[in-house]
Design a protein. Structure first.
Ligand code: SF4
Length: 373
């Protein structure tokens, strides 16, 4: 397997103005002093990458737009030199604090894609999950982004929220369609034990209802011209998230910031989630794993089968010097028989049912054919 430079960079900004009820990400309430130290620490981490450029850069969180305008300016000016020509440069933003001056700052430093945390159009649901923005805030931000020339906009939506009805979710989807957003990411609420919802013992909705929400999204968005290109993601033609495709194509990516996960040179790592340690100590990992060929073959499948197009047979051979059929003959035959896996001349891809049961399908792939170990 060849070693190559990562083409993508992820930076995790761990600050939020308010903490959402369902959130279990690595984040902390915004604090000016901590944010200053975080920027300083990012500067050190980036200096280790001097001379590298990336085809995609993603600043996520947390909420990068929670930084002050000066902090945002400093961060973006530090990151800008790492953009390769034609770089997809995405930043996550919250409509609650993405002000016009911050949007202008993004434009100035080359951010060309925004992922906006909309979640729902119902004020009652936004309030229930602890979001502080209104639908009007989201619409204003989208209009301002377009005014300043950022048209590549993605919105996050959630389903399975407490008290949320199918009609509520339908309104959110129809709003996204009406806004002509090029990209939509939809997530089912999961109740994490460490979130406020978890501590309040809120229950997840049952699988049948969750399936109904998912089906509704697929029906409405496909009818409106979107492609369901990944399990949780829809886009208008050619508007896939190039950054996230790096993950699903199982390519290398660099990670910076607390809790950020990266993969480089057959090594997968997660930087410490402890924000204090991240700010005060050297680079510390919560996880740092040398990946065997078997690990990489499995993870390549696990990520690639999330995509509608599935896995390129040629890329698999180029990477692992063995064909998919030789590496996983037994698992492939079994899942073909079930109707969960399909083949074209160039790709192996999951059927719609196979994608729904991806977890079960993958269990069969944990065993590599003995002669290929
Ligand atoms: S869900 Fe996002 S915006 Fe809300 S607290 Fe978590 S990281 Fe912050």
């Amino acid at each position: 397997m060849d070693q190559s430079k990562a083409r993508s960079l992820y930076i995790h900004v761990p600050f939020c103005q308010h903490i959402c009820e369902y959130c279990d990400f690595v984040r902390v309430g915004y604090h000016n002093g901590l944010a200053e130290r975080f920027i300083e620490r990012c500067k050190q981490d980036l200096s280790l990458r001097q001379g590298e450029t990336f085809e995609t850069i993603y600043i996520g969180g947390g909420t990068p737009s929670a930084l002050s305008i000066d902090q945002l300016k400093t961060l973006l000016s530090m990151v800008r030199p790492f953009c390769a020509l034609g770089c997809e440069f995405t930043m996550e933003a919250n409509p609650e604090n993405f002000t016009e001056d911050k949007i202008q700052c993004c434009v100035e430093y080359g951010v060309n894609r925004i992922s906006l945390g909309v979640q729902s159009v119902q004020a009652k649901l936004l309030q229930l999950i602890g979001r502080k923005h209104s639908l009007e805030d989201a619409e204003n931000v989208i209009a301002m982004l377009r005014k300043y020339g950022i048209n590549n906009i993605s919105a996050d939506g959630m389903y399975g929220l407490p008290t949320q009805t199918i009609a509520d979710f339908e309104h959110t989807l129809l709003w996204m369609i009406a806004q002509q957003l090029p990209h939509v990411s939809l997530y089912a609420l999961t109740i994490e034990p460490n979130s406020a919802f978890g501590r309040k013992h809120i229950k997840s909705i049952d699988n049948t209802l969750e399936g109904d929400f998912y089906q509704l999204a697929e029906d409405l968005l496909i009818k409106a011209g979107y492609q369901h290109y990944e399990i949780s993601n829809f886009c208008l033609p050619d508007k896939e998230s190039r950054h996230n495709l790096t993950y699903w194509h199982y390519e290398d990516f660099v990670a910076i910031g607390p809790g950020a996960a990266g993969k480089e040179n057959h090594r997968r790592y997660t930087i410490t989630k402890n924000i204090h340690r991240y700010l005060t100590e050297g680079i510390i990992f919560d996880e740092d794993i040398a990946l065997s060929m078997e690990d990489e073959m499995f993870e390549f499948l696990m990520m690639g089968l999330r995509l509608k197009e599935g896995i390129s047979k040629k890329i698999f051979i180029d990477r692992f010097r063995v064909s998919l059929e030789d590496a996983f003959n037994h698992a492939i035959e079994k899942n073909k028989e079930k109707g969960w896996l399909k083949f074209s001349d160039t790709h192996m891809y999951p059927s719609d049912e196979g994608r729904l049961f991806l977890h079960d399908l993958l269990i069969d792939f944990l065993e590599i054919e003995p002669e290929n170990r």
